[in-house]
Design a protein around this ligand. Structure first.
Ligand SMILES: [Zn+2]
Length: 72
């Protein structure tokens, strides 16, 4: 899959980024819309030493994940 990846120096388009998979604690979300916020821009200036796929503001739908129940 494709992903924008920040390696701490450059933002690059990775055409072979691993496809995420769900497990007991991870849900895969198909992203419909994504935004870039001020925190992302700060990351590109070294904030928190982040490396990875930027972006934490999005709209999507769950495509795979652990089964949830509403039982209490
Ligand atoms: Zn934000």
């Amino acid at each position: 899959m494709q992903a924008l990846y920040w390696n701490g120096r450059d933002l690059r388009l990775d055409f072979s980024y691993r496809v995420p998979t769900a497990d007991r604690q991870t849900t895969v979300v198909k992203i419909h819309l994504a935004g870039i916020c001020a925190t992302d821009l700060q990351i590109f200036n070294g904030y928190m030493g982040f490396e990875g796929v930027p972006g934490h503001e999005f709209v999507g739908s769950v495509s795979e994940g652990p089964k949830q129940t509403m039982d209490r």
